[in-house]
Design a protein around this ligand. Structure first.
Ligand code: DMJ
Length: 563
């Protein structure tokens, strides 16, 4: 009885203590501080590290880490626009087109290249109009940044050519998968493609990307244990689970995130029901006092009673689904760890209430701030702004160097590491800024004429940005409306072509059946080629017209808009 009472008291003390109200002026001042933080790191990267992937903030130079494609610049590009810097966005978008080449003999992580490079280029492409870029006709269904994203993603496709459809973890961008490549991939490395790959397919009209992502998801789903859990690493050829720890953190995290966000973005009920089935097992076997532990995937017995900093995305995901009570309680647990150390250690032992040996670092990760952004959006509770301010202050105090911001090697003595991962500019700063800017267009919810939506498509037929944005796991915003519009456009063009073709064939009187492209949204949409007497079936899930946040967190369910 004692533990729950203490936990309840702690939650009360934390939320009460932190509930001071921030005025609009204070929030604007914090936004300025966040901008300064961004430019300190960004300018230092440009001055000292570009064209390398990352800045080394202690030695003030650069290094290639995840590839050799100026990763920090690609990852930071859309943050420039989030902070309102259109001219620098334009300059960098052109610079990247001129300098980045994916035809390189480099072994790259399929997962990281997808979320950071493909995701970063896709979101930059979708934001190009707001950034004042010159657009080619047909945008958002074509454009140079989209072609770059497609080029990068094509380099990843050989990894998916496996007997199961689950991808290898690493691919050589020039030569494909090495014959000696290990078949062991982490779960997130199999199931974190649907957002970027479906976006690519639906914008370009080439279904290959979405198809491989879906095939991998289906194969992974079939490997879950009898109690409904997945482990941490799987042999993608034999389908055997090599690491059998089940949890929501490292190695698994974004798989669950993509089931939920994929369901929202693609209005796909199957993805949602997969997540819901996992969630039942997760709640049943891994959740204790609103912490999530690691358990053996077949037996459900606890294997590691630890909290990992990567798990801190979970309250944000829960709030997207409308599970606010649970999200708030779990967030408070995680926030108490942040307050204990001034950052989240990679691993935290729940029974001991302390860091875990060799996992005491904080590499400037975004996850707790990301959850704070979603929870503030859903509740308006200023506790989340307080977390944001705490985070800003501890990052400034502990990690700032003359040359940028450095990962913390050990939160107990604030030793630093010579690394600033690209997600610091892509995610940590972006989510922090968005937390303090609730009226930002990326939160959705705008009304006509306030600049939060815009027209696109060849004759302005697409209404973009009106339904809220979905952030990929690297915080790159994707616009579901663009997918719908380009998919629609593609299907219309195909149907028109079929009709014209039939009409041009002598003797042909009957209309051809509407062509349905596998994996394209057109397969759910109404067709212009109805048979006589056939009734128009409204699309089950229509183009979003209101912010997902409001719809999801208030109504607590995804599929409300099928009238
Ligand atoms: C990022 O690259 C992504 O958020 C990924 O999903 C997890 N790891 C880092 C940030 O911590």
């Amino acid at each position: 009885m004692r533990a729950p009472v203490c936990a309840a008291l702690l939650v009360w003390v934390l939320s009460d203590a932190a509930a001071r109200q921030f005025s609009e002026e204070e929030m604007a001042a914090v936004r300025q501080r966040i901008k300064s933080m961004f430019y300190h790191a960004y300018n230092s990267y440009l001055d000292n590290a570009f064209p390398y992937d990352e800045l080394r903030p202690l030695t003030c130079d650069g290094q290639d880490t995840w590839g050799s494609f100026s990763l920090t610049l690609i990852d930071a590009l859309d943050t420039l626009l989030v902070l309102g810097n259109r001219t620098e966005f334009q300059r960098v978008a052109s610079l990247l087109q001129d300098t980045v080449d994916f035809d390189i003999d480099v072994n790259a992580s399929v997962f990281e290249t997808n979320i950071r490079v493909v995701g970063g280029l896709l979101s930059a492409h979708l934001l190009a109009k707001r950034a004042g870029m010159e657009l080619e006709p047909g945008w958002p269904c074509s454009g140079p940044l989209l072609r770059m994203a497609e080029d990068a993603a094509r380099k990843l496709l050989p990894a998916f050519e496996t007997p199961t459809g689950m991808p290898y973890g690493t691919v050589n961008l020039l030569r494909g998968v090495s014959p000696t490549e290990t078949p062991v991939t982490c779960t997130a490395g199999v199931g974190t493609f649907i957002l970027e790959f479906a976006t690519l397919s639906r914008l370009t009209g080439d279904p290959t990307f979405e198809n491989v992502a879906r095939r991998a998801l289906t194969a992974l789903w079939k490997t879950r244990s009898d109690i409904g859990l997945v482990g941490n690493h799987i042999d993608i050829v034999s389908k055997k689970w090599v690491a059998q720890d089940a949890g929501i953190g490292a190695g698994v995290d974004s798989y669950f995130e993509y089931l939920v966000k994929g369901a929202v973005m693609l209005q796909d009920e199957e993805l949602l029901s997969m997540f819901q089935a996992y969630d039942r097992a997760i709640q049943n076997y891994t959740r204790f006092d609103d912490w999530y532990l690691w358990v053996q995937m077949h037996k459900g017995t606890v294997s590691m009673p630890i909290f990992q900093s990567l798990e801190a995305f979970w309250p944000g995901l829960q709030s997207l689904l409308g599970n606010l009570d649970s999200a708030v309680r779990t967030f408070q647990n995680y926030y108490s760890v942040w307050r204990q150390f001034g950052g989240l250690p990679e691993f935290y032992s729940i029974p001991q209430g302390y860091t875990v040996d060799k996992r005491e670092g904080y590499p400037l990760r975004p996850e707790l701030i990301e959850s704070a952004m979603y929870l503030f959006r859903a509740t308006g509770d200023h506790t989340y702004l307080q977390l944001g301010l705490d985070a800003l202050e501890s990052i400034e105090k502990i990690t700032k160097t003359p040359c940028g911001y450095a990962s913390v090697k050990d939160l107990r003595d604030h030793q630093l590491d010579n690394r600033m991962e690209s997600f610091f500019l892509a995610e940590t700063i972006k989510y922090l800024y968005l937390l303090f800017d609730p009226a930002h267009f990326l939160h959705g919810g705008g009304t006509e004429g306030d600049g939060s939506w815009e027209e696109g498509g060849e004759s302005g037929e697409c209404v973009l940005g009106a339904g809220g944005f979905i952030f990929n796991t690297e915080a790159h915003p994707l616009d579901p409306a663009a997918l719908y519009c380009c998919g629609r456009h593609d299907q219309d063009r195909q149907e028109l072509q079929d009709i014209l073709l039939t009409l041009s064939q002598p003797g042909s009187q009957s209309k051809p059946p509407p062509k349905q492209t596998e994996g394209q949204p057109g397969s759910q949409s109404e067709s212009i080629a109805l048979k006589p007497g056939e009734k128009k079936t409204p699309p089950l899930l229509s183009c979003p017209v209101q912010p997902f946040s409001a719809r999801l967190s208030i109504l607590g369910q995804v599929f409300t808009d099928n009238t």
